[in-house]
Write a protein that binds this ligand. Structure first.
Ligand SMILES: [Fe+2]
Length: 465
């Protein structure tokens, strides 16, 4: 090394050492926080048009004989219809049955949209159907294929996603694709609420991204969404008249059964799918609109009449909140006793943007299993209490879950966005009073914790946003 190059090397060495010692926080200072959507300001990427979009099928009360479809177009369609036929191998699938739809308008930042709903009934169980929906000007969607639920005794695979909420196009899309790769035979996808964040004047862009991001999943199976607090907005915010109001997108974006709790018909519902009864609650309405007691009473009746071997309840806000400084005592007062009394197998929850699992109130009893998960980009921090009472737990991790029900066994897996196994257990026994919890620890990756002191925006109470 020449004498002149020695100082240069010394400086470079010092710089390299400094760089190596530089904490993540300093490197993060060079990164800009990512916006919530990938839609540039003023861009009408999601403006409604002739081509039908936001197509989603949701289960009828009996998912073996029917489903309902919601979709969106622009103006110019007077009598929208859905066409359906038994799927065949020839491109000529015969003359399809035509199901008329109803239409509701929705004004958003992307203009006037027409949202349509068609209810398909009278289907044969465990049958693969091809169906498509009509757009404006005579245009049609592609044909989709969907297998109706089989009779009890048919093995069931379903997906469970926690909050998608933020950066759906950017970061939830990979989770949806990975989930489908692990469960290509799934017949149902459950979303536990806060599908979008909303409230920033670009709700419609967010919903557009949600439908795009989740299309790998939603185009081939039924979707059962729960409403989260972000499906609501605050009317008269910061005034004495402040109150929660359901956002305009929810009622037109999903064609739900409408068989819910009194006063909560738009956001609570139930359906039977093969060996499971699935009940979806509205935790926000329970907490903020005074319906906790009504929902608990209704749930009690729905579960009491359950002829299926397994039961799954979906509610956005957790009974046992794993996030710092959160507690939903009102839900524990009203809903939890019903879950426990009926020995609900799985309580699928979201809202807290971490992962956590725990059993119920009765020590040593396999059910209920209370799950909290998150699919989206926003990541919070675990409370100390959650670390003591839940196992496993995770921070800073996007996840999806696969549930397989086959006869007297329910197997649950939580996997990370890259497909790695994070949590797994089985519930065994066909008798709900005898369910045994069997842990599957082999192949699980180590506990994941947040290693950042703050988010890119400087928030120390979150891990990422
Ligand atoms: Fe939430």
């Amino acid at each position: 090394m020449s004498p002149t190059s020695r100082p240069v090397a010394l400086v470079a060495g010092v710089l390299l050492a400094l760089l190596a010692a530089t904490p993540a926080l300093a490197r993060d200072a060079q990164r800009a926080p990512e916006p919530n959507t990938l839609v540039p300001a003023g861009d009408l990427h999601y403006a409604p048009g002739a081509f039908p979009d936001r197509i989603v099928a949701t289960p009828a009360q009996d998912a073996s004989t029917g489903f309902s479809v919601a979709w969106r177009t622009g103006e110019g369609i007077r009598t929208p219809v859905l066409e359906i036929t038994v799927a065949g191998d020839s491109p000529d699938m015969g003359v399809p049955r035509r199901v008329p739809a109803t239409t509701r308008p929705l004004h958003t930042e992307n203009g006037l949209a027409h949202h349509h709903r068609a209810d398909v009934d009278g289907l044969a169980p465990d049958t693969l159907y091809a169906w498509r929906v009509q757009g404006a000007g005579g245009w049609w969607s592609p044909w989709r294929q969907l297998r109706t639920a089989g009779p009890p005794g048919t093995p069931l695979v379903l997906l469970y996603f926690g909050d998608t909420q933020n950066k759906n196009a950017s970061l939830v899309s990979r989770v949806a694709r990975e989930a489908l790769r692990h469960a290509p035979d799934a017949r149902l996808a459950i979303y536990t609420g806060d599908q979008v964040s909303g409230g920033d004047g670009e709700d419609d862009n967010e919903w557009g991204e949600w439908f795009d991001a989740n299309r790998p999943v939603s185009s081939g199976m039924l979707v059962a969404p729960a409403a989260g607090n972000h499906e609501y907005f605050e009317e008269f915010e910061d005034t004495p008249r402040e109150r929660r109001v359901l956002g305009a997108h929810w009622p037109v974006s999903f064609a739900l059964p409408g068989n819910g709790a009194p006063g909560v018909e738009r956001t609570s519902y139930w359906f039977d799918v093969q060996d499971a009864r699935v009940v979806v609650l509205d935790g926000t309405s329970a907490l903020d609109l005074g319906t906790a007691r009504a929902q608990a009473h209704w749930l009690d009746g729905v579960l009491a009449g359950n002829p299926r071997a397994w039961s799954i309840v979906v509610v956005h806000q957790p009974m046992f909140s794993p996030r710092q400084d959160r507690d939903n005592a009102l839900l524990r007062e009203h809903l939890l006793p019903v879950f426990e009394r009926h020995r609900v197998d799985l309580v699928l929850q979201g809202h807290d943007h971490v992962y956590g699992r725990r059993g119920g109130l009765v020590e040593g009893q396999g059910t209920p299993q209370y799950l909290v998960s998150v699919a989206g980009a926003k990541q919070y921090r675990l409370s100390d209490g959650a670390r003591r009472t839940m196992d496993p737990v995770a921070e800073d991790t996007q996840l999806f879950q696969v549930v397989r029900i086959d006869g007297d066994t329910l197997r649950y897996e939580a996997r990370t966005a890259t497909g790695r196994l994070y949590d797994a257990f089985s519930l065994q026994s066909g008798d709900i009073d005898e369910r045994r919890l069997v842990e599957h620890v082999e192949g699980r990756i180590d506990e994941r914790n947040c290693t950042r002191a703050a988010t890119l925006k400087g928030r120390t109470d979150r891990c990422w946003e």
